[in-house]
Design a binder for this molecule. Structure first.
Ligand SMILES: Nc1ncnc2c1ncn2[C@@H]1O[C@H](COP(=O)(O)OP(=O)(O)OP(=O)(O)O)[C@@H](O)[C@H]1O
Length: 502
């Protein structure tokens, strides 16, 4: 390989007892797309934070074009030519594209606009500099983030799970951009759990396991099964078995649900109808931003309807549209929100205290006082049964890797033994082994008679586990489609609002 652009030698980083990176050696070649693969908690994000100057290594050396590199901050990394696009975007919605860019990139507005257009044409990142960010799709927002990085002429661009937020059409467009960037002389470091994507565009892949490098491979020479085996140390798990079942009583019903959000950037829902019975899994397909957030909040009770419209949402046969989340939970409803940091868990609290948030009715509070021993015991069981990799019940939620926190939240809600279980993006950021485990558990619950509603952008996931699928597009819900009689293209047609075809 040509002299590396970036070399890591013996890089280690600990958080307390956790050795997040141990003696990591990696060479990133110039003009390459280099994947970092590994299970949840393997240390991928930590490594990227070290390279971008968010954290400093405890030991080891980084070399940039052969010269030792010490970074005190992300600003220092950017000055050296290292840029990073985070999973959670950092744009101001009420400002325009150019206003957002001007906040971090110096220069005259006219020259900046010309440069935005130039980069857009060169790398397939077309976006209107005068558009307000709230008007843009997720794919377009990501383009703005990438353009903003490119304005500082980076030689290395780091992308942390860039495709997890994108609909399929935008993924292809992003890959086209990354290939053009590579051909234009930029190297890309790319974290993803999607092995097929890695095979499609990466020249090299480094596999991390428990903080250590366990291999460097050319991903094009291995199939997804091979890569999974290297990553998780065993064969790729089988998709969950779905046994035929006779659906039981209706557990959730939405009847003519129409709702206009207060938020001017929200998506109104129009005449949404669905029925979910005990012993079935219903999937809601579609791209976020088409009413998913509003629908989730109306089902969870975070948004309440006026009393006179309460019949539009029914749970276990009762009208609940006017009730809040706690009252709905009392009926046997459990809920995993899409936003695990803002609403699923409180970052600054221990896992045991996070258990209390929703599991308090299971004897974790007695006579109005927290029963800490019970909360700890509940949390230990959740950690053990759901393979949450953490130091224990006292660990703070903020110290868990993204995928492990997701496993904890899903596990906590499953332990409530709900009759009606609703999950939004249940395996977002979860590695392939753990995602299959979650899907298997959902199917097992369905076989036991639980009614399960899943909102997901991952069509494969919905086809794996759902009995029926409905598509949410522009605030309208399609009719119910039997999964076994439906093809992904049928879902795609509803996603773009085209409806059924012969
Ligand atoms: N700020 C922190 N405090 C304590 N522990 C941390 C902190 N950040 C990361 N860790 C721990 O370091 C390990 C590596 O975490 P990291 O986020 O790098 O994993 P990852 O491979 O990116 O995982 P995922 O795929 O789930 O995002 C995990 O055990 C995590 O709990």
């Amino acid at each position: 390989m040509a002299a590396p652009l970036l070399s890591l030698r013996g890089i280690s980083k600990r958080y307390g007892e956790v050795r997040a990176n141990q003696a990591v050696d990696i060479d990133v070649a110039p003009r390459s797309i280099h994947a970092i693969l590994g299970e949840n908690g393997a240390g991928k994000s930590t490594l990227m934070k070290l390279i971008y100057g968010v954290e400093t290594p405890d030991s080891g050396e980084m070399l940039w074009q052969g010269v030792p590199l010490k970074l005190a901050s992300p600003a220092a990394a950017r000055r050296r030519g290292i840029g990073m696009v985070f999973q959670h975007f950092s744009l101001f919605e009420t400002l325009t594209v150019i206003e957002n860019i001007r906040l971090v990139v110096p220069g005259q507005t006219r020259a900046l606009i010309a440069r935005i257009r130039e980069l857009g044409t060169e790398f397939g990142l077309e976006v209107d500099p005068h558009a307000h960010v709230h008007e843009l799709s997720v794919g377009e927002r990501q383009r703005v983030e990438i353009i903003r990085c490119l304005m500082t002429d980076p030689k290395l661009l780091i992308l942390d799970e860039p495709t997890s937020v994108l609909p399929p059409q935008s993924v292809d467009k992003l890959f086209d951009t990354l290939l053009r960037l590579r051909d234009g002389g930029v190297s890309v470091l790319f974290i993803s759990h999607k092995l097929e994507e890695i095979r499609a565009i990466c020249d090299r892949a480094t596999i991390l396991s428990a903080g250590k490098v366990t291999g460097h491979v050319d991903p094009r020479e291995h199939d997804a099964h091979d890569l999974a085996r290297m990553m998780i140390g065993r064969d790729m798990p089988e998709p969950p078995p779905r046994t035929p079942s006779e659906p039981g009583e209706t557990m959730l019903e939405l009847i003519g649900l129409t709702y206009t959000p207060d938020d001017p950037f929200g998506m109104p829902l129009k005449d949404v109808a669905l029925t979910l019975r005990a012993g079935e899994i219903l999937g809601i397909a579609g791209i976020s931003g088409n009413g998913q957030a509003e629908l989730s909040e109306l089902i969870s009770g975070e948004i309440r309807l006026p009393f006179e419209n309460r019949e539009q949402v029914q749970m276990m046969g009762e009208p609940v549209g006017h009730l809040g989340p706690a009252e709905r939970r009392q009926l046997g409803f459990a809920f995993v929100p899409e936003d695990r940091l803002g609403r699923g868990a409180v970052q600054g609290m221990s896992l045991a205290r996070n258990s209390l948030l929703t599991a308090h009715p299971l004897g974790l509070v007695r006579h109005g006082l927290i029963a800490m021993a019970q909360a700890t015991e509940f949390t230990r069981r959740c950690i053990a049964d759901h393979d949450v990799r953490t130091s224990g019940a006292e660990a703070e939620a903020s110290g868990l890797s993204g995928g492990n926190l997701q496993k904890f939240i899903v596990g906590r809600e499953m332990m409530l033994a709900p009759k009606l279980f609703f999950l939004a993006q249940p395996t977002w950021g979860v590695d392939i082994g753990a995602a299959t485990a979650i899907r298997q558990k959902l199917v097992a619950l369905r076989n036991e008679g639980v009614a399960i509603l899943v909102i997901s952008e991952e069509i494969d996931e919905l086809f794996d586990i759902c009995d029926r699928i409905q598509v949410l597009s522009q605030g309208r819900l399609s009719p119910s489609l039997e999964t076994r009689e439906t093809r992904p293209e049928d879902i795609g047609r509803y996603m773009i609002g085209a409806g059924a075809a012969a």
